[in-house]
Design a protein. Structure first.
Length: 257
């Protein structure tokens, strides 16, 4: 019984430490101990002990002479290592998915109002294939991966990324108004997958899906497909993307968060 009690107590300590760390996310100027205690709903004395332990490991550092603290450098190195591991985890699944559907598979990450391609598996089995270079940036409203990421966010978050002004029209099919994009986003939320119907480049369509990343990156998988074979393969590719979304999220540990 004593061992079980110690185990529960240890889990509680870890949970409280995580709450303290998360309360400081996005606060470069730090917070006072009292503010943290109020944020995580814990006594100030408890927060003080947790902060002391985290500071000793470099996870928190002083932000001001008045006892404010902020996230420390040890978290940066851990976060960088974790993000590298994410790419290593996803790549084998991208290769397998590409083999199964015989199409190129792209991995991208959101950067403001753009999607940046960070990895790719090219399908050599197709003579006619759509390929975007790693490092390319697409406007978030014009691509399947971008629309999938937008659909994973709240309406308030979408409004903070986009404005009510007309979007850049890359082809005759590009959605150029926020109202039409929001209407499509509602459909994406129901279906889980997003489509680019020659909206970024004429002759090229794509199917995209957002991946839940336990480390907070807004990442997506997308399958660019020449428009000549898009419609006949759309359903099969969509089903495979949904299947691999859950496989990859499980491998990343998203379900554990």
């Amino acid at each position: 019984m004593a061992q079980q009690g110690n185990s529960r107590q240890g889990i509680q300590v870890i949970s409280r430490a995580v709450k303290v760390l998360r309360s400081l996310e996005g606060k470069p100027d730090g917070m006072s101990l009292s503010a943290i205690a109020n944020e995580v709903d814990l006594p100030r004395s408890t927060v003080q002990r947790i902060v002391g332990a985290l500071a000793a490991e470099g996870f928190l550092i002083s932000a001001s002479p008045t006892s404010r603290v902020r996230l420390g450098p040890s978290l940066v190195s851990l976060g960088s290592a974790a993000k590298i591991d994410i790419d290593r985890v996803i790549l084998p699944y991208m290769k397998k998915l590409s083999q199964e559907i015989e199409e190129t598979v792209d991995l991208s990450v959101q950067d403001g109002a753009s999607m940046i391609f960070i990895d790719q598996v090219i399908a050599d089995s197709q003579k006619l294939r759509a390929v975007s270079a790693v490092g390319d940036a697409f406007p978030i409203h014009s691509c399947a991966n971008g629309k999938a990421i937008l659909a994973s966010k709240s309406d308030a978050e979408i409004s903070s990324i986009l404005s009510d002004k007309p979007f850049t029209k890359l082809t005759q099919y590009t959605l150029s108004e926020l109202s039409s994009l929001k209407k499509e986003i509602e459909s994406i939320r129901k279906k889980s997958v997003a489509f680019d119907r020659e909206e970024h480049c004429e002759g090229v369509c794509a199917i995209g899906i957002a991946i839940e990343d336990p480390y907070g990156r807004n990442i997506a998988l997308s399958i660019p497909v020449p428009s000549v074979r898009f419609n006949r393969n759309k359903k099969a590719i969509s089903d495979k993307l949904i299947e691999y979304k859950f496989i990859i999220e499980k491998a990343l540990g998203a379900s554990l968060q």
